[in-house]
Design a protein around this ligand. Structure first.
Ligand code: GLU
Length: 487
């Protein structure tokens, strides 16, 4: 196979998982690095668990992360359709081929019979593999079972394929990430490739699709390793070229269990809603199993692609450190262009009336509040005091600051003096400095003086730069709030 062709093949049974995003990214990087093609295929054979909402979510999430595909359900391509449910007429042909060559056989066992086999195995403390009861049914026997109304499933004959293509029952392959992997395929059991209702199982559909779509390298999670052994034998039985496989370690939560909802967000769209930047997310997931050669972790996807080698990917599991993601996201927020940031913050400011502000005021508000933001949604609780006429005072700040005699004196003096000030930042800066100095002479620490003003104007003991806050709010509102805080 000369052309590198990779794919991401999500099943739309949920929103795009952050782990799938990493698998997609590594495939995308591999394609970029090798001038290859990145294909999106929707694996929706399980109709009950599939929904259009999840399919849309997969498209939107991959696009938001910048992982654009060269071929896929929406953009088409030479090997479509790219949605499995539109390919149902393709699979039976290949199942038939395997039946004819003897690498597959019809199985008439009922669910009850299979259940009894399983129980028997459990009783004998043996791992269950199908007994091959139907392997050698004669045409007469099959006709009789059909006449009883039984519809056969089709099973792949593992031992037959293994014997035909390998010397022992051990199947080996050289994994791009993990090195040589092997398995005794006699432990696998003859698995169903076509169900009795005529639909293919995952292991069969995936091989047919990867084969027909000329996929050259399959990079996916290590939870698929045992499937890979089955799939290799199907390729061989069909006389097809076996692609190269690379299996990525799992992504675990900080407590080393499987990453799940109870640890926090897991779907890309959930992270985005919370206010993670897609640039930060994609940079972060790249580091789950891969590290840059120069140790410089903040990188764009293009920069990562320059440096990416699948052989450098770690074969072990990675820990999803939410703290590290938060740090990285904060960093990306700090680096954003101000106009861009202003736009991206808007969805998190809908509870405020932004039309109260001029663009210059909004710009300044974002400039002075962006520093501590970890996620975009942090802005919601950081800015209430920039809006409305009055402000809600935090009860603790009320008793500890506003109720003190010192504060009340500060506010009284402030009202007197500030009436004559111009409320541009430059003037305010000088005036406030002098104001603090005046109280310092009376033995009152500058911090205490400013606290009184801050709590009166913002309702809280900490927040953005005070000069900027006063300038953005303007004299009228500041005076009104300070007067309200006075007893
Ligand atoms: N639809 C499968 C999944 O989502 C694809 C696995 C594969 O990449 O072969 O797990």
């Amino acid at each position: 196979m000369s052309e590198v062709r990779v794919r991401i093949a999500p099943s739309p049974s949920g929103n795009l998982h952050i782990g799938t995003a990493r698998t997609a990214l590594f495939n995308y990087l591999f394609a970029k690095k090798n001038n290859g093609k990145f294909v999106l295929r929707i694996e929706d054979t399980d109709a009950e668990r599939t929904s259009q909402e999840y399919i849309d979510n997969i498209f939107d999430s991959l696009k938001a992360l910048g992982l654009n595909w060269d071929e896929g359900p929406d953009v088409g391509g030479a090997y479509g359709p790219y949605t499995q449910s539109e390919r149902f007429d393709i699979y039976p042909k290949y199942a038939q081929k395997l039946l004819e060559s003897g690498y597959a056989y019809e199985c008439f066992c009922t669910p009850e019979e299979l259940e009894a086999e399983k129980e028997e195995a459990t009783k004998n403390k043996k791992p269950y593999v199908y007994t091959k009861k139907c392997e050698n049914l004669t045409e007469e026997q099959k006709a009789k079972l059909r006449a009883e109304g039984r519809k056969p499933a089709i099973r792949f004959n593992i031992s037959k394929a293994q014997k035909a293509f390998h010397d022992t029952s051990i199947l080996k392959f050289d994994d791009l990430v993990k090195g040589e992997l092997h398995m005794d395929t006699s432990l696998l059991g003859d698995f169903v490739i076509m169900k009795s209702n005529g639909t293919p199982t995952y292991n069969f559909a995936v091989v047919i699709d990867d084969m027909l779509m000329k996929i050259s390298h399959i990079i996916r999670g290590e939870d698929h390793i045992s499937n890979t052994f089955k799939q290799i034998l199907i390729y061989e039985a069909l006389g097809a070229e076996v692609p190269r496989f690379g299996h990525l370690g799992m992504i675990l939560a900080p407590d080393r269990s499987k990453l799940s909802k109870r640890h926090g967000a897991t779907a890309v769209s959930e992270f985005v809603e919370k206010g993670y930047l897609t640039e930060a997310l994609i940079n972060f997931v790249a580091l789950l199993g891969w590290s840059p050669s120069d140790g410089q972790e903040i990188k764009t996807v293009d920069e990562i692609a320059q440096d990416f080698r699948i052989g450098d990917v770690s074969s072990s599991n990675s820990i999803f450190e939410y703290d590290k993601l938060n740090w990285m996201n904060g960093h990306y927020i700090k680096m954003l262009d101000i106009e861009d940031l202003k736009e991206r913050l808007k969805p998190y400011l809908t509870k405020y009336d932004l039309s109260e502000m001029t663009d210059a005021q909004y710009t300044r508000m974002v400039e002075v509040t962006r520093e501590p933001l970890t996620i975009l949604s942090d802005i919601t609780d950081a800015v209430p005091y920039f809006f409305g006429e009055t402000v809600e005072i935090d009860p603790k700040a009320q008793t500890e600051v506003l109720d003190t005699e010192v504060s009340q004196n500060v506010l009284k003096e402030f009202v007197k003096q500030a009436e004559g000030w111009s409320f541009d930042e430059e003037t305010l800066h000088t005036k406030l400095e002098a104001f603090r100095a005046q109280f310092k002479e009376l033995g009152i620490k500058p911090k205490i003086t400013m606290w009184a003003i801050r709590v009166a104007v913002t309702g809280r003991t900490c927040g953005a730069d005070m000069t900027a806050i006063l300038a953005i709010l303007g004299k009228d509102r500041v005076m009104k709030r300070v007067k309200m805080a006075m007893k």
